[in-house]
Write a protein that binds this ligand. Structure first.
Ligand code: GLP
Length: 239
């Protein structure tokens, strides 16, 4: 595992964005696995700036996102589709039909997950998967106890995750209880993994995930088994 220690959130974002930059430069038709949450926002800002400056071209890039809330339509500002559109897709020259997320409005969970896995296979796999880290060690929405062999599946969110994500909603009741997420197996099949972490409140889980035993109770710990993982974390998170 490569570990890059960043000074602060901005430095973390710049370092991680540079890794994605070099991926797009070296393979213009690459498949980027993308993530939501607050941590990647600085990365998306940088990528959009570099596109504006003429340094990056997304015209051949395909993106697949980790997860989506079940039951939220694309127009809902809390849907991950909306998040990606606002924070990245509408700011760069990516083709809308090359951006994929699980279909949150598909009520048949099995169909939603099978359809998404079919998309993931059809794009030929992920060149680099960006990940954030949940306070309980979740990646995507793979909560503690997730089996390592799962592909895309429907999950019931952990209470801690509902509480953590409550800040984006009017009330806790509005936070969806279920989501579709790539499974650990799907994530582990990416050719490269880039995980970003910021803030002292994540220091404990960083220690457990990357320097502790590999266990389904800390889903991110499985990344220790991946041959090409880069962790970019600020000093506070590595504290
Ligand atoms: C959500 C997302 C994850 C994300 C996590 C951490 O639950 N499903 O993909 O990594 O939150 O979010 P944040 O970066 O805001 O701490």
């Amino acid at each position: 595992m490569n570990i890059y220690k960043a000074k602060d959130y901005d430095d973390m974002s710049r370092k991680a964005a540079n890794i994605i930059f070099s991926q797009i430069i070296s393979k213009p038709d690459c498949v980027l696995g993308l993530a939501t949450g607050s941590t990647p926002l600085g990365i998306y800002r940088r990528l959009a700036e570099w596109y504006e400056a003429g340094d990056l071209d997304f015209s051949q890039v395909t993106t697949v996102n980790l997860d989506e809330y079940k039951g939220l339509p694309k127009e809902n500002p809390q849907s991950y589709y909306y998040f990606m559109h606002e924070n990245l897709f509408k700011k760069v020259n990516i083709h809308a039909d090359r951006t994929f997320l699980p279909d949150g409005m598909e009520t048949d969970s099995r169909k939603a997950c099978e359809d998404y896995d079919a998309i993931l296979h059809s794009v030929g796999g992920v060149d680099i998967q960006l990940l954030g880290l949940g306070h309980n060690g979740h990646i995507g929405f793979n909560e503690p106890g997730s089996i390592f062999e799962a592909e895309t599946h429907c999950v019931t969110l952990a209470d801690q995750t509902i509480k953590a994500n409550r800040r984006f909603f009017e009330s806790e009741e509005e936070v969806p209880r279920e989501a579709y997420t790539m499974g650990i197996k799907t994530i582990m099949s990416a050719r490269r993994i880039l995980i970003v972490v910021s803030g002292a409140d994540k220091a404990d889980i960083v220690k457990k995930a990357f320097f502790g035993p590999i266990t389904p109770q800390v889903p991110a710990s499985v990344l220790q088994l991946h041959p090409d993982v880069t962790l970019v974390a600020d000093e506070a998170a590595l504290g």
